[in-house]
Structure formats: C-alpha cells, structure tokens
Design a protein around this ligand. Structure first.
Ligand SMILES: Cc1cc2nc3c(=O)[nH]c(=O)nc-3n(C[C@H](O)[C@H](O)[C@H](O)COP(=O)(O)OP(=O)(O)OC[C@H]3O[C@@H](n4cnc5c(N)ncnc54)[C@H](O)[C@@H]3O)c2cc1C
Length: 216
C-alpha cells in the first residue's frame, strides 16, 4: 500500500505515479545530494538560494552566515526546500516526449532557527561527520566567534514529497517506428582525485574521507 501525501499541498497532481511520500525514499534522496535550493519570499518577491543541506533523523538542516539574507529572513517563515539529482537525459521520437530521469524531494514548512552555541556546534559536527567521517576531530576547534557568526535553520520532514523519473522514453505507439535514435543518456556524478591545497604542509597524508567521498 503506497504512503499517502502528508498534506494537500504535497499531493503531486502532474504525473502523480512518479511521486512517493515514504520516509525511506525521501531520506535516500536527501542523503544522496548535499546541495539544496531554498525558496522563500524576501521583501515580497521570491528568492531561491542554493545551499548545502544535511539530514538528522526526520529533519533537514542548512547553515550560513548570520549576516546572510537567507538565514536572517527565512527563520520562522514558510519556505520550500528542494533537492534534485539528474540521472539521465531521455531522448524520444518527438520533441515534447523528451524528458529527464531524476530523483527529487520537495519539503514545505516553517524554517526553525537552532538556538544556543552548544546545539549549533553539535549540528555542525554532525554535518561534517556525515560528509567526511572522522574529520571534525582532526580540525582546528571551532571558536565562540565562529559559532556566533553562524546560523542554522531546519525543517521537519513532515510535509515532504519525492518524485522519481526513471526509464526509457515513453513514446506513443504511433511514434515508435519513427527513424530517429531514442534512448537515455545516463548522467553520473564522478569524483576526481583529491587535489592537495598548494600551501599544504609536507607530510600530511590524504585522509580516507577524501578518497571515498561520493555523491549521487
Ligand atoms: C531535473 C528535473 C527536470 C524536470 N523537468 C521538467 C520539465 O521540463 N517540465 C515539467 O513540466 N516538469 C519537469 N520536472 C517535473 C517538475 O519538477 C514538476 O513535478 C512538474 O512540472 C509538475 O509541477 P506542478 O507544480 O504542476 O506539480 P504538482 O503536481 O501540482 O505538485 C504538487 C505537489 O507535488 C509535489 N511535487 C511536484 N513536483 C515535485 C518534484 N519534482 N519533486 C518532489 N515533489 C514534487 C510537491 O509537494 C508539490 O507541491 C522536472 C523535474 C526535475 C527534478
């Protein structure tokens, strides 16, 4: 039995068969792509800001400078967060049937500010440890000033939807004999070899998390 949408505004209407609302699907997409876009209204007009996101249980978090417009204006306000992975370009026999294979998540809710230096430090540590396990402990410790200059916002995943497009082109039967190539051009995110900082002190080995980091 598929999970129902958690609220009217999360119910997919267009190509609803591609939508999913279960926690496992939503978590997997958020965990596969650290880049999110946060949409919110600033001075009456929409602003969509790309930023890093991370998930802790059933909440999604993002951080930024205390001076950033997104951090200052989004706190306590309704926002919409999206995360997208593009998995392939779908080439069909007609222009309008071309599409994209993708995995995406959309989350609605009121952005909540994380209060207190200890809580902020704990969330930043979690972000770092999820991205690069073992790295936080090896870093120059964060300062009180850095914590003050950082704000963290979060959203519960209570009003979240996923949408997944996958598979070959779906041309109507009457188009399938048209003599043009059709199929999928897969898109893969690949990591290059680590590039040491030009001013890296000699003798510092490349950590495992720099070799094994993957997204997608
Ligand atoms: C990489 C990529 C490329 C796309 N290209 C196109 C395109 O070229 N043309 C096009 O029409 N659509 C495209 N889509 C799909 C697009 O995101 C919308 O799903 C679609 O346009 C329907 O929009 P709507 O506002 O009518 O959705 P509705 O069905 O009215 O949306 C209702 C609710 O469904 C959920 N929902 C809708 N879309 C998504 C989503 N993508 N991810 C998670 N939840 C969702 C949300 O909760 C939303 O509030 C693309 C998606 C991705 C990820």
């Amino acid at each position: 039995m598929p999970h129902p949408p958690p609220s009217p505004r999360t119910r997919a209407r267009r190509l609803a068969y591609k939508a999913a609302y279960d926690r496992d699907t939503i978590h997997a997409i958020l965990d596969a792509m650290p880049v999110a876009h946060i949409g919110h209204i600033v001075d009456g007009f929409p602003v969509v800001t790309p930023t890093l996101q991370w998930r802790e249980g059933d909440r999604v978090y993002w951080h930024g400078s205390s001076a950033s417009r997104m951090q200052k204006r989004a706190a306590g306000e309704e926002v919409c967060l999206t995360v997208t992975l593009t998995d392939g370009m779908v080439l069909a026999r007609s222009g309008l049937e071309h599409s994209v294979n993708y995995r995406s998540v959309m989350v609605f809710g009121r952005a909540e500010l994380v209060e207190g230096a200890a809580a902020k430090e704990a969330h930043l540590r979690t972000m770092m440890e999820q991205l690069f396990p073992g790295r936080w402990e090896s870093l120059r410790p964060i300062t009180a000033q850095e914590l003050k200059a950082t704000r963290i916002l979060s959203l519960p995943l209570t009003e979240a939807s996923a949408k997944i497009g996958a598979g070959p082109p779906t041309d109507p039967p009457e188009d399938r004999a048209w003599p043009v190539w059709a199929g999928v051009l897969p898109i893969r995110l690949t990591m290059g070899p680590p590039e040491p900082a030009p001013d890296l002190a000699p003798g510092i080995p490349t950590p495992d998390h720099a070799r094994t980091y993957r997204i997608g």
